[in-house]
Design a protein around this ligand. Structure first.
Ligand code: PRP
Length: 183
């Protein structure tokens, strides 16, 4: 569905399907340049990263391996608890591998900061992060991100994998959710 289908629920459209398509292509091209001549494994973080993984993998003009992890970001507490639990681990042994973690958003940074350390402990050749969106004002943990699509304001955004109560993930655009939806 596109923004017109959920028009009343959005304050604005931040990025259109076309803009997202172009940005994901740019990110893929940058990664492709940096990893020329090396095998590459991209790791998507379920569930939000499904769209960006699917589009990014297809934007590459080279072979790329894909694997997935699922984590519960915050245990039973609030976001700031920093508790991360692995619900689905990689199927791939990443020792000696070049890995790029792909996610759709970095908010507080807790998930990616923890995940990077976790993957780094498995003796990969390298681990880098690629995120489509980042909220600099919400950051609580320093995260070294090599590839960023856009920095955005600290607002509730949905679409292109980003949900509110499991809805809007299949929105083609990315938009700011209207407060009346979640208040
Ligand atoms: C989102 C996103 C990141 C995480 C970022 O996942 O995919 O993994 O939050 O937030 P942080 O920087 O504050 O840690 P979410 O927990 O919403 O799960 P989902 O991908 O299944 O929607």
């Amino acid at each position: 569905m596109d923004a017109a289908h959920v028009d009343d629920d959005l304050v604005n459209v931040l990025f259109t399907e076309q803009q997202i398509h172009e940005k994901v292509g740019e990110l893929a091209a940058a990664i492709e340049r940096d990893y020329e001549g090396r095998e590459l494994l991209i790791v998507g973080i379920l569930r939000g990263a499904v769209m960006v993984m699917a589009d990014m993998a297809r934007a590459f003009t080279r072979h790329v391996e894909m694997d997935w992890m699922a984590v519960s970001s915050y245990g039973s507490g609030t976001k700031s608890s920093g508790v991360v639990r692995i619900l689905k681990d990689l199927d791939t042994d990443i020792s000696g591998r070049d890995v790029v973690i792909v996610d759709e958003i970095i908010d507080t940074g807790l998930t990616l900061s923890w995940l990077t350390a976790n993957l780094a402990s498995r003796n990969p050749a390298s681990v880098e992060i690629c995120t489509l969106l980042r909220k600099p004002e919400a950051l609580q943990m320093p995260v070294d991100v090599k590839y960023v699509g856009w920095d955005i304001p600290n607002e509730f955004v949905v679409g292109y994998g980003l949900d509110y109560r499991e809805r809007y993930r299949n929105l083609r655009d990315i938009g700011t959710l209207a407060p009346h939806v979640y208040s």
